[in-house]
Design a protein around this ligand. Structure first.
Ligand code: 2PG
Ligand code: MG
Length: 430
């Protein structure tokens, strides 16, 4: 391979995420061997709200030690352990870069240098390559094939670990399935978001925001939240099920059970056996236009997932987030067992761009839908917007349009759509 964009420096630093928590940023500087020009790429790693059991191990500051040494250590690891093996590497050889990162770490779960340190460098390398080649990031990552605009999934009510309200379901999303461009989809979602704000406000309910920009009112049941959203969709002039559908991220892995009850809602304290919970989801899908159910069961409940997939996969998307943790190995297990029919793609769950792309490829090969996703702790970095278009994931969830770190992704998609399609934008049929 012709080598002419060589890595000269990699650096790490501690910056902040949207929860005011430290996170890792990396910069990768490359030299063009023909004209000697230096170009810098950059990436910030987002943070989950406590990582799932199967995610790659990040080095962070836990509990109250928000300003502790964890993230600083991960950031320092970049210069200390990655500068030397990466120096001189051709930056467009992403597989090789990611291989070097894995070798330098040397552990199964990326715990020595930290998956956050590795991912920051992996993504910043791609950013540097795109900039040095003077092509947009989505085009660098996807070539001429990456050109499908994803349908946005906006979490407009937040609960669970993302808000200190009464709701146990983590995300209540709207999905503009009938929109024929990202611009139109974003516009529809914003209209519904504003109508919902007024509905809640008129009822004297809080319109304060959760971590992903959705409203976080105290309601007595999850159904009440869904009914408010249905009202908002209709009051904004859209037809539920035709123009706009509803998606939930249950994050049921956090509903730790007691005794013979496998699942207990941590806030409302209602408990269910796996069988009862599956019945709840089946009833929900028959009553509302449910586009997808993410993590409706726990990440180790393979039997439950298998049964739910048989029962519901013709009617809705069953999305594995904590279940697959963006890992090709975990997804492969799911494919063999017939568990779920869609996978959430969060690069920081696995720790390198190459492995993230491998999970998307595997999913597509086996008929699983793919959803590119932010984390609850985000930043102004909009890499995932470009990656969604590059990999033709078809769907993206990036929170509500009420916080800058979420709009960073939607705004980037609006720019990409304009560049790719101009006035005649077209999105994938969900
Ligand atoms: C999820 C993610 C993103 P967190 O569960 O899908 O919404 O949340 O980053 O808190 O894991
Ligand atoms: Mg999730």
């Amino acid at each position: 391979m012709v080598e002419y964009l060589k890595i000269v420096y990699v650096r790490g630093r501690q910056v902040l995420d949207s929860r005011g928590t430290p996170t890792v940023e990396a910069t990768v500087t490359v030299r063009n061997c023909i004209d000697g020009e230096l170009t810098e790429g950059r990436a910030i790693v987002p943070a989950g709200s406590g990582s799932g059991a199967h995610e790659a191990a990040e080095i962070r500051d836990g509990g109250d030690a928000f300003m502790g040494m964890g993230v600083k250590t991960a950031a320092q690891n970049i210069e200390k352990y990655l500068q030397e093996p990466l120096a001189g590497t051709e930056v467009t050889d992403q597989r090789r870069i990611d291989h070097i990162l894995l070798e330098a770490d040397g552990t199964e779960d990326k715990s020595r240098l930290g998956a956050n340190a590795l991912l920051a460098v992996s993504l910043a390398s791609a950013d540097a390559a795109a900039k040095a080649l003077h092509v947009p990031l989505y085009r660098y990552l996807g070539g001429v094939q990456g050109q499908k605009m994803p349908v946005p999934m906006m979490s407009i009510v937040n609960g669970g670990a993302h808000a200190n309200n009464s709701l146990d379901v983590q995300e209540f999303m709207i999905v503009p399935v009938g929109a024929d461009s990202i611009a139109q989809g974003v516009e529809w979602c914003c209209e519904i978001y504003h109508v919902l704000k007024k509905i809640l406000s008129d009822r004297g309910l809080s319109t304060g925001l959760g971590d992903e920009g959705g409203f976080s009112p105290n309601l007595s049941t999850e159904m009440e939240a869904i009914d408010f959203i249905m009202d908002a969709i209709q009051a904004a002039g859209f037809v539920p099920g035709k123009d706009v559908c509803i998606s939930l991220d249950v994050a049921a892995g956090r509903w730790k059970g007691r005794g013979d009850r496998d699942y207990c809602m941590p806030k409302q304290k209602r408990c269910y056996s796996a069988r009862e919970l599956m019945q709840e989801w089946e009833d929900l899908v028959s009553k509302y236009p449910i586009f997808s159910l993410e993590d409706p069961l726990g990440e180790d409940d393979w039997e439950g997932w298998q049964e739910l997939t048989v029962r519901l996969s013709q009617k809705t998307l069953l999305v594995g987030d904590a279940l697959f943790a963006t890992s090709p190995g975990r997804l492969w297990q799911g494919i063999e067992k017939g568990a779920a029919n869609a996978v959430l793609i969060q690069p920081n769950q696995i720790g390198t761009l190459t492995e993230t792309m491998e999970t998307v490829r595997l999913a597509k090969e086996h008929g699983y839908r793919t959803i590119m996703s932010h984390r609850s702790g985000e930043s102004e970095d909009s890499f995932i917007a470009d990656l969604a278009v590059a990999l033709n994931t078809g769907l993206i969830k990036a929170g509500a349009p009420g916080r800058g770190e979420r709009t960073a992704k939607y705004n980037q998609l609006l720019r990409i759509e304009e560049e790719l399609y101009g006035e005649s934008a077209a999105v994938e049929e969900p």
